[in-house]
Design a protein around this ligand. Structure first.
Ligand code: BDR
Ligand code: CA
Length: 311
């Protein structure tokens, strides 16, 4: 069983990732931490608690985190997630409490109080919280297990700019801290997540599951499908954030290559671009870049977990 902290900015695909993780007995979910990203931090924290309540997992603490990137004004991706971040879902005030202390402190405490290398972190938003945690505790990078991130753009190009993917672009300075820290990073960027598409039959398979979690998951995917068709012109929407959870459960669904990743922080034009150097010694490389993903496999995993949790 893998101990895990999820750092996220729900966000419709963050919500799907949370539902997958909440339904996965292979994961010991220690906490969910939230960050301002797709929508402001107050909303991402509330949204994580809404998802937690729908999943019936109030045993997992939710800690609110950074409201803004390290050095830049807050971004936002409301067009892709709805003004409140959860697509068509009617938001409500969740009953479950907010965990003590800000996200960065929670990350430090949870990781440093457990054996070295035993806690993984899945980052699905701007990497501000993890960067702040690393600043607070210098030994953290050494103590962490794998850091599995959704972020980065290379062969596929970017989604927020031609060069950059949203999460890295939103806080490139934080991403640079994390990539430069020496911790192990598995980067699931657009090259991989664009291969995981919420096609009509895949959404229908989730809609056929009789649970609140599955119905809400399907509503997130339907919202993304509509936005993708209207705004981008693609028939099916890519499913980004759940890839991090899928990698933790089934790494065989992804092809990854050892590398060294650096983030552009000084240029305006290419801000947040991930420069991926494959000419490294695989024995000492600390980063891996995902070059491909098995889209059907990821959806089969989601359907299987949601179905098992529903019965
Ligand atoms: C990433 O950006 C956000 O809008 C999504 O939630 C995902 O984490 C994709 O670029
Ligand atoms: Ca996200």
């Amino acid at each position: 069983i893998q101990s895990l902290i999820i750092d996220c900015d729900p966000g419709v695909d963050d919500a799907v990732a949370l539902f997958l993780a909440f339904a996965a007995p292979e994961l010991n979910l220690l906490a969910v931490t939230t960050v301002g990203g797709n929508v402001p931090g107050a909303l991402t924290q509330r949204n994580a608690r809404i998802v937690r309540q729908i999943a019936g997992r109030e045993d997992v603490p939710v800690h609110g985190g950074a409201e803004r990137p390290l050095k830049r004004p807050p971004a936002g991706a409301g067009a892709f997630h709805g003004p409140e971040g959860l697509g068509d879902l009617e938001p409500f005030q969740p009953t479950g409490i907010v965990g003590d202390g800000p996200a960065a402190n929670a990350i430090v405490d949870l990781v440093m109080s457990r054996p070295q290398g035993s806690v993984a972190v899945a980052v699905m938003g701007p990497m501000t919280n993890l960067a702040l945690a690393m600043r607070r505790e210098r030994r953290l990078a050494d103590w962490l297990g794998p850091v599995v991130i959704m972020g980065g753009a290379r062969s596929e190009g970017g989604n927020i700019t031609p060069s950059a993917e949203f999460n890295i672009w939103a806080d490139p300075d934080a991403a640079a801290v994390v990539f430069g820290s020496g911790c192990e990073v598995i980067a699931l960027g657009l090259d991989a997540t664009h291969q995981v598409r919420a096609t009509e039959d895949r959404i229908a398979a989730i809609e056929a599951i009789d649970s609140e979690a599955a119905r809400t998951t399907a509503s997130m995917l339907r919202f993304s499908q509509r936005v993708e068709r209207e705004v981008v012109g693609w028939d099916s929407a890519p499913l980004h954030d759940p890839c991090t959870i899928a990698w933790l459960i089934r790494p065989d669904l992804f092809e990854t290559r050892p590398c060294r990743i650096e983030v552009e922080t000084t240029s305006e034009l290419t801000r947040g671009h991930t420069a991926v150097e494959f000419r490294v010694d695989p024995a000492t490389a600390r980063h891996r870049w995902a070059t491909a993903a098995d889209g059907q496999g990821v959806f089969d995993l989601i359907v299987g977990k949601l179905r098992a949790a529903a019965t």
